[in-house]
Design a protein around this ligand. Structure first.
Ligand SMILES: Cc1cc2nc3c(=O)[nH]c(=O)nc-3n(C[C@H](O)[C@H](O)[C@H](O)COP(=O)(O)O)c2cc1C
Length: 425
């Protein structure tokens, strides 16, 4: 199935006769679920108007690097950060050369340089241009840097010649792009994800809960499916649609969540507990709605079961990842939790006023995570929750396969931390 649901795609369009196909490509990408932002070179504007691409993408087209208004809105760095992938289609011989040389004198070149995401080119040019040694050298160079090539294909060309250099068909490009996200790193594995808040009833109409939106957990469930896993999602009450190919079980309270997770644990290889489970619940749940009375009201609360610790103790071989949302002392609390719960990895994130830089976390579409495991840690800087989820899953898959699950936290002490933070740029 070709799906780009919730993927943010920057589509670069350059000066090739095949640029007229970019309008159709934009539509097909959107049909597959992608959010598309188009960046055009000056050369491209000779072949297709920005207005056409604006109309089909539903967003203004980005054209100028040195544009004060554009920089204030979404400049090259912001566009590069926003994207989950960049596709240049069609990619002219000239833009290929610019890319090989690392040039950033046009917006598209700058976005490609600034992007830390998969970059794919769909070359389109006359067969002789494609075969030219300069083009061949440029292709070798960009390939050696990890840039992907979708095509070109053989066939009849706009110049009337028949040969290699034709841009790959639009539907195939969409499939190629979707395949980038289907990593297969968790093929054959079963992942159980918990998400959302829990509600602890006070009476039939009132409850204790929290601000969790479930977005991070749902994004993780979707990313695990893309990685090839069979995914079970145990979810508290949220207003999100169930991701494709995910089996969801809806619960309300911590007690119900624990029961649903326990019931679903058979065959589970990896447990990722993102749910913001209420720590306390009322001791007494009133059968009838409590009537308002004058004066203060005290509720006696008792702790809810610790789902992650309980499940981990009952299923010690399941690779378990917890989440720690803290308003302060993130690292310290996260590491303590890693040890206390005896889990393999913890993803810590700031919430509340301290989290303004990361987008506020609860309910927002962005976040930043700091992963800790027994002998290492890794910062995942601010990004969309979808992108963070894919990075987290990639990391979990790598750790899971490297260590083939040997429990690392045993003596109650986290060993030396290895800082692998990429410098901010
Ligand atoms: C009618 C016409 C068609 C062209 N088609 C192509 C093409 O398919 N591929 C290509 O690499 N260059 C093609 N070119 C040349 C590019 O448009 C030219 O190199 C331009 O500078 C590319 O600009 P850009 O790479 O900045 O977008 C064509 C030029 C003309 C006049």
């Amino acid at each position: 199935m070709t799906t780009l649901t919730n993927k943010r795609i920057v589509l670069g369009v350059t000066g090739s006769i095949a640029a007229y196909k970019s309008a159709e490509l934009t539509r097909r990408l959107r049909d597959a679920g992608a959010d598309v932002r188009v960046v055009m070179t000056r050369g491209a504007e000779a072949f297709i108007t920005p207005l056409t691409l604006q109309a089909v993408s539903g967003h203004p087209v980005h054209r100028h690097l040195l544009d004060t208004e554009a920089e204030a809105g979404m400049g090259h760095i912001e566009l590069a950060r926003w994207a989950d992938a960049i596709l240049v289609a069609p990619c002219s011989a000239n833009f290929l050369a610019a890319l090989a040389a690392g040039r950033a004198d046009e917006l598209l070149g700058a976005v490609c340089l600034a992007g830390d995401v998969p970059l794919a080119l769909a070359p389109a040019m006359n067969g002789k241009m494609w075969q030219d040694k300069a083009t061949a050298d440029n292709i070798r160079l960009v390939s050696s840097r990890g840039i992907l090539l979708f095509g070109p294909d053989d066939g009849e060309q706009a110049c009337g010649e028949v040969g290699t250099g034709r841009m790959r068909e639009v539907d195939e490009l969409v499939t190629n792009l979707a395949d980038l996200f289907e990593t297969g790193s968790l093929t054959g594995k079963t992942v159980l994800v918990t998400a959302g808040p829990t509600r602890e009833a006070i009476d039939p109409v009132r409850f204790i809960s929290n601000h969790s939106s479930g977005k991070m957990g749902y994004a993780i469930a979707a990313a695990a499916v893309e990685a090839g896993a069979k995914v079970l999602l145990v979810s508290g009450p949220v207003s999100l649609p169930c991701p494709d190919r995910v089996t969801r079980i809806d619960v309300e309270s911590a007690e119900q969540m624990l029961a649903a997770v326990e019931a679903g644990m058979s065959g589970v290889d990896i447990l990722i507990a993102t749910a913001a489970v209420a720590d306390y619940r009322p001791v007494q749940v009133h059968a009838e709605k409590m009537k308002k009375q004058g004066g203060h009201l005290s509720l006696e609360l008792e702790p809810t079961p610790d789902i992650l610790a309980t499940i981990k103790a009952a299923h010690p071989k399941v690779f378990s990842v917890g989440f720690a949302a803290e308003t302060t002392q993130l690292e310290e609390y996260a590491q303590r939790k890693l040890v206390q719960k005896g889990i393999e990895m913890i993803a810590a994130n700031l919430v509340g006023p301290a989290a303004t830089e990361t987008g506020g976390t609860f309910g927002s579409d962005t976040n930043a995570l700091h992963l800790f495991w027994a002998n290492g840690n890794l910062r995942l800087p601010v990004a969309s929750k979808d992108k963070l989820a894919r990075l987290l899953i990639a990391h979990v898959a790598q750790y899971y396969s490297e260590y083939q699950f040997t429990p690392r936290v045993s003596g109650g002490k986290v060993v030396k931390l290895v800082e692998r933070t990429k410098p901010a740029g």
